[in-house]
Each structure stands twice: as structure tokens, then as C-alpha cells.
Design a protein around this ligand. Structure first.
Ligand SMILES: [Zn+2]
Length: 302
């Protein structure tokens, strides 16, 4: 009898979970965003110290704002207030889309979510608790977006330093790339992927980093179409996000389990990253995927 009772309890729990998963997270989403903000800056602490030391920036951690307002963005960084703002409604919508993408199939511990921009589907891994898919997805999305917005705050600190200090190394080059909004989004998207893999430990897990490999042929095709996409006013495709995501995937695939050992070099590369460099790297490794396996310790372009 006890086992039957257990089964009934389990069934009731499952029903409860299923009801919960279709409802928006509302206040729970605030808690998830706040907790991801704390976690992100704990993880980032030593990298922030490194960038402060190497590039002489005066960096202050941005404060967090959670907005109930409607927006076409998931989040943004406001340099004038040094603030990262998350738009809850957009994040809920993003979660709904990911839930649809997962569908009703049997869920594994690591599943793949969709970071599609325009028509292409780019995957990224996510730990999914099958009893609460909505919350798991919310954590992954928030983490990804948090790292993206964080990088904007770093770029603005670097820009501020460059404008004030004429003696800084590579000043003209860095000023030129940082004054171009396309590069700003590209760099934040590249960093977002790399740090997401590192923070979750996916770089050490075959079922995690396989997503980065799977995206490479899609990225290679994507850069062939960039000129057309950018010129076509109807597609409204804004390529820097996709390009940055692709560049980040190449970095993850290239370094794999040694991502952490090489993270300072990777950060330096992202600081110097612009659109042309990103396209070169995607071409190089997209055409020669085997190179990724042999190039881990080389000082090649990335
Ligand atoms: Zn951005």
C-alpha cells in the first residue's frame, strides 16, 4: 500500500509541476535574476581584477534593475547609470520560445536550447531539471544575458580610459573599434558564450561542448550570407550578435577542457576583437574544423 501511496504522491507532484511550468515565473523570475547577478559577479571577480590591472580601467560593478516595462530587448546596459536592466516580459517570452523548442520529448540533464537570430538555429547547452523546466531555462537565459550585459560595462570602462589617457597601448586601434556599435555587440556576444560555458562547466563535458562543434558549419554558411543579410532591408538581420555567438563557439570548440587555463588570453583577444577578425576566425576554423583539435596551444588569431 505504501508504494501505491508514494506513486499517488508522485503523480500529484508531477501534476503540480506541470501546472507550475505553464505559468509565468513572475516574482520567482526576480529571484532568479537577482541570484544570477550575484553569482555572475562572484565568478567574474578575478577576471575583472585582471582587466583592471592590465588595461588600467576604473571599473565599478553595475547595479541591477529589473523592469516590468515592455521592451523589445531582453536586457540592456545603461552607461549613464552604470546599470544592467532586465525586462521581465521579454525574458518570459524568451523562456516560452525555448520551452516550445524543447517540445514534449524526454528531457536529459543537459539539453540544447536555441539561440536563433534570423533564420538560423544555433544551439547552446543547458542543465534542465525536468521537474521544473521553466526555472531551469530562466536560469540559463539570465546567465547568458548577464554575461553579455557585463561585457558592455567593461567596454564602456575601456572606452572611458582610452578617451582620457593618450599613452595607452593600441589606443587608436581600440578607440576605432570601440566607437563602432557593431563591434560592441559582437564582443559582448562572444564573451557571453565563452563565460557561459566556463561558468557552467560545459567546456569539460562532452554533452556540453558538442553544441559548440555542431554550430560551426552553420556559422561558416552564415558568414557567406552576411553581405546579403546586411544589405536586405526586409530581413532586418542585425549580424553582430550572430557573429559574436559564432566566434564564441569557435573559442569554446578550440580550447575545450583547457578553456579555463587560457581564459586571460581569450579575454585579451575579445578586447581586441572586431568584425573583420571574427569573420577571419570563423572562416579559418569553419573551413578546417580539424584545426580546432590541433590548435589548442597555438598563438593563432584567436
Ligand atoms: Zn548588447
Amino acid at each position: 500500500m505504501a508504494s501505491l501511496l508514494d506513486k499517488i504522491k508522485e503523480y500529484v507532484n508531477d501534476v503540480a509541476y506541470n501546472v507550475k511550468k505553464v505559468l509565468p515565473l513572475k516574482d520567482d523570475l526576480d529571484k532568479i535574476i537577482e541570484s544570477e547577478y550575484e553569482k555572475a559577479f562572484e565568478i567574474l571577480d578575478k577576471y575583472i581584477e585582471y582587466i583592471k590591472r592590465e588595461y588600467g580601467i576604473d571599473y565599478k560593478i553595475p547595479r541591477l534593475e529589473i523592469s516590468e516595462d515592455e521592451s523589445s530587448y531582453d536586457a540592456w546596459y545603461l552607461p549613464t547609470r552604470n546599470e544592467i536592466c532586465f525586462f521581465k516580459e521579454s525574458i518570459e517570452e524568451y523562456i516560452d520560445n525555448e520551452l516550445k523548442f524543447l517540445g514534449y520529448k524526454e528531457i536529459n540533464d543537459i539539453e540544447y536550447l536555441n539561440n536563433s537570430i534570423g533564420s538560423k538555429i544555433l544551439l547552446y547547452p543547458s542543465y534542465i531539471n525536468k521537474k521544473n523546466k521553466r526555472e531551469s531555462i530562466a536560469e540559463s537565459i539570465t546567465r547568458l544575458v548577464m554575461f553579455h550585459e557585463f561585457w558592455h560595462s567593461i567596454d564602456f570602462s575601456i572606452l572611458d580610459k582610452l578617451e582620457k589617457d593618450p599613452t595607452i597601448k593600441n589606443r587608436y586601434y581600440l578607440l576605432t573599434i570601440l566607437n563602432d556599435r557593431d563591434n560592441i555587440e559582437l564582443r559582448a556576444s562572444a564573451f557571453e558564450v565563452v563565460m557561459y560555458y566556463l561558468a557552467n562547466g560545459f567546456h569539460k563535458h562532452k554533452n556540453g561542448y558538442v553544441a559548440a562543434y555542431a554550430n560551426i558549419p552553420i556559422c561558416r554558411t552564415y558568414i557567406e550570407k552576411i553581405d546579403i543579410l546586411e544589405k536586405n532591408k526586409n530581413t532586418k538581420e542585425y549580424v553582430p550578435y550572430g557573429l559574436g555567438f559564432c566566434y564564441g563557439n569557435i573559442v569554446v570548440a578550440k580550447y575545450g577542457s583547457s578553456l579555463k587555463e587560457n581564459i586571460y588570453k581569450i579575454i585579451d583577444d575579445i578586447i581586441h576583437l572586431n568584425k573583420e577578425k571574427a569573420i577571419d576566425v570563423i572562416k579559418l576554423y569553419g573551413d578546417n574544423p580539424d584545426k580546432l583539435l590541433h590548435d589548442k596551444n597555438s598563438n593563432s588569431v584567436i
